[in-house]
Design a protein around this ligand. Structure first.
Ligand SMILES: *Cc1c(COP(=O)(O)O)cnc(C)c1O
Length: 233
């Protein structure tokens, strides 16, 4: 399907260009921002075509979809990201597949992930999801609850926190989104001073199709882009 490849190549080039421009505008290196292609809207065939354009980090929000896509694309070299919420009964299979879990939001989930990681004989990387906008419909822990959660995780040697993740206000527009992203970065900067060195807070996963440039300007190291990649298909 030449049309598919062409559209995806054009979209990926456009989005990478906008990420790079946003990074340069604030003196950041564009290569410090990773594009995670969110494939929850598309079939494994389309996801495969996206990988062919060079996007090798893919995200799914539902664990079952993550497992199914990873199985369908087992031949591809893909780093899988779970970006949506994770129930404890889905931890085992997710730990087998995901390179990074963006949705760590409770001590109980941390314990469950840690237990599977110990069982599998490896370490699992995760981001703490923060409900920075205070929106009741959003997942994630309240900013005040991040510290105690991290203190708990610091005692789990097979679960490595790598940073924070958030979703901005859905309805607020780009300016509100930018304020949310700034708040997440400021929270990260405060925590960095307080947390033991075993807690790594390098990554900030924030920004989606409508606000990834604002996220990059506020320090995102990972942007999660879905619909903008598939525009015109
Ligand atoms: C769906 C989703 C995205 C991508 O959203 P788009 O607006 O389509 O880019 C990013 N992050 C999370 C957590 C999502 O669920």
């Amino acid at each position: 399907m030449p049309h598919l490849a062409e559209v995806l190549e054009r979209n990926v080039a456009e989005i990478r260009g906008r990420i790079a421009d946003a990074a340069r505008r604030c003196g950041r290196n564009p290569s410090d921002v990773r594009l995670v292609g969110v494939t929850k809207y598309v079939t494994p065939e389309v996801a495969q075509a996206l990988v062919a354009t060079g996007v090798r980090d893919l995200g799914e929000s539902r664990p079952q979809q993550l497992w199914a896509k990873a199985a369908a694309m087992a031949e591809e070299k893909v780093s899988w990201h779970l970006i949506g919420s994770l129930q404890r009964n889905k931890v085992r299979r997710t730990v087998e597949v995901a390179k990074l879990i963006h949705s760590l939001d409770s001590a109980r989930l941390a314990d469950a992930i840690h237990a599977e990681a110990v069982e599998a004989g490896r370490s699992v990387d995760a981001l703490v999801e923060v409900n920075i906008s205070g929106d009741a419909t959003k997942h994630g822990v309240a900013p005040d609850a991040v510290r105690p959660l991290m203190a708990h995780v610091a005692g789990l040697d097979h679960l490595r926190v790598r940073g924070l993740m958030t979703m901005s206000h859905l309805e607020g527009g780009a300016e509100i989104a930018r304020q949310d992203f700034a708040k997440l970065r400021e929270l990260r900067d405060r925590l960095r001073v307080e947390m033991p060195p075993s807690i790594d807070l390098t990554e900030l996963s924030m920004g989606m199709s409508d606000d990834f440039e604002q996220a990059v300007q506020e320090g995102a190291t990972i942007v999660r882009v879905g619909s903008a990649l598939f525009r015109g298909l």
